[in-house]
Design a protein around this ligand. Structure first.
Ligand code: GRF
Length: 225
């Protein structure tokens, strides 16, 4: 059983999706979340972890990329895989190096578009709308030394509707994040992280309204195939 650390700064809905998915796999789960770390004591992710009896740690030195704090935490918990889920701080270079190909992030656009420093939250979706894109989506990628630039593991497209505002688009993209990210993480833990489409094919196009269950079924079929 691989040991996962989740890093989160925000509400923690992706953390929750990961926990729910792994719980649903029961004895076949290839990994489990043993610690959640956040730079923000008030992050919803901290609360969600504690509600499930998962150790939650507040990082006091997350703004200092030279700090050994995070690396020491991961080492002390014997972490195998690190999943960023809405984590807004730069991961220290020493951690990126120690976890090369074992540290991943989810981003709510089709990278490399609408990623990079400062592109988080509604800014991503507003950028997509301002650019009159017809398709946005979700990217899961390895974390490297630059924000949002590591090799991609999976992408899934989401339609942008002419009537969308940033909040509406964010909500539909989030549904796809919740279906895709836990499955990519579990596949990675099984050594099968190469099973996903990276260039989103129109056949995976998530037409609204997206059914989370329908999408999850499609992803599972892809993995089984
Ligand atoms: C998600 O959209 C994720 O892609 C981005 O930040 C958001 C985090 O949401 N990196 P949550 O905290 O998981 O609810």
């Amino acid at each position: 059983m691989k040991r996962v650390a989740v890093l989160a700064s925000g509400a923690g809905s992706n953390l929750e999706a990961i926990l729910d998915y792994l719980a649903s796999l029961r004895s076949t789960a290839p990994c489990s979340v043993v610690v959640v770390a956040s730079d923000r004591p008030q992050a919803g992710a901290i609360e969600k972890a504690r509600a499930r009896q998962i150790e939650a740690v507040v990082l006091h030195e997350a703004s200092n990329p030279e700090s050994p704090e995070l690396g020491a935490l991961l080492a002390s918990k014997q972490i195998d895989l690190v999943a960023l889920a809405g984590y807004l701080k730069l991961v220290p270079a020493a951690v990126v190096d120690a976890y090369a190909s074992r540290i991943v992030n989810v981003h709510p656009s089709l990278l490399p578009a609408f990623g990079g420093p400062g592109m988080y939250g509604l800014r991503v979706h507003q950028g997509v709308i301002n650019a009159h894109e017809k398709i946005s989506g979700v990217t899961v990628h390895y974390v490297t030394h630059e924000y949002d630039r590591g090799p991609m593991l999976a992408q899934w497209p989401v339609a942008v509707l002419p009537t969308d505002d940033a909040e509406q688009l964010a909500a539909r993209v989030l549904v796809v994040e919740h279906a895709l990210y836990p499955r990519v993480l579990a596949a990675l833990a099984r050594g099968r992280g190469d099973r996903f489409p990276v260039k989103p094919d129109v056949k995976y196009y998530a037409n609204p309204p997206i059914s989370a269950d329908g999408l999850a079924g499609e992803i599972d079929a892809l993995l089984a195939g």
